[in-house]
Design a protein around this ligand. Structure first.
Ligand code: FES
Length: 271
């Protein structure tokens, strides 16, 4: 029986290759690999980077990512560590709305990751590319890759979006796209809902991650809301949570019951 306040923690070694949207198999071989993402598209390509690190790939690996700034760039340290474990990597991050100080960091360039900026990186034409991000970003990236001579058969794209909600007893309701919570900015740990592109400090009014998701109109899955039914089980991609109340049975390692979970640190969830 778990004790109240029991902490659940993401464990890196148990998540290898299990990031959401990682159904795309990464090609065998030693040719250059381009992992290109923007915003919420980071998590599927991170699973591919895990796979390359696990294989101890000695080929060229490019990691190219676009985000607004470091606060909207979860899992950056994890990607950086994986890249450092490989012998031939190139990392380039673009921040579109960061401070001058934040842009001074290594591997960070100024502005949005656009078609022209990708072309200017002198990407290898014999590469295999894996691309994930918003639809317009993926279209621009495919054009850029074609412009540098990457064979279309070696350009792989992956759609990545929120799962449908499960709300028993409620009639279907139409809501707009996910948005930041209304009202004053929270003061709690940063909560990133990766599939939905939401990254926000926990508001003081949210007693659980589920309540935050609802405040953002993020599709959520729940039934009992008291840690009993496990309908709300959600993968925890990074960070620590605490439970209140403690669930009767804990979820599997690497997953959390969002109806009674609060972030203990900055967290990233697959929702
Ligand atoms: S909704 Fe039942 S355990 Fe969370």
């Amino acid at each position: 029986m778990p004790v109240p306040g029991r902490r659940a923690r993401y464990r890196n070694e148990s998540r290898r290759g299990r990031y959401p949207g990682s159904r795309q198999p990464i090609a065998e071989g030693s040719g250059p690999v381009l992992l290109i993402s923007a915003g919420i598209g980071l998590t599927p390509v991170l699973s591919m980077l895990h796979e390359l690190a696990a294989r101890r790939s000695d080929g060229e690996v490019w990691w190219i990512h676009g985000a607004r700034g470091p606060r909207e760039h979860p899992l950056a340290a994890e990607a950086h560590t994986l890249l450092a474990s490989l012998p031939h990597t190139r990392e380039q991050v673009f921040y579109s709305a960061a401070t001058t100080e934040q842009r001074r960091r290594a591997h960070v360039a100024d502005g949005r990751l656009t078609r022209d900026k990708l072309i200017a990186l002198s990407l290898p034409a014999d590469a295999t590319a894996y691309v994930c991000g918003p639809a317009s970003f993926m279209a621009d990236t495919q054009q850029a890759l074609a412009a540098v001579g990457v064979d279309p058969s070696r350009i792989h794209t992956e759609l990545f979006g929120a799962l449908p909600s499960i709300n028993p007893g409620l009639t279907a309701q139409s809501s707009g796209p996910p948005h930041l919570p209304l009202g004053p900015s929270g003061t709690g740990p940063l909560v990133t809902l990766a599939r939905s592109g939401i990254s926000t400090p926990l508001p003081d009014t949210s007693r659980s991650v589920l309540e935050l998701a609802e405040a953002c109109d993020v599709p959520a899955r729940w039934s009992c809301r008291t840690g009993v039914c496990h309908t709300c089980t959600t993968p925890l991609l990074s960070g620590d949570i605490t439970y209140s109340p403690a669930p009767l049975d804990p979820p599997p390692d690497g997953e959390v019951l969002i109806c009674c979970a609060r972030p203990g640190t900055d967290i990233v969830l697959d929702m």
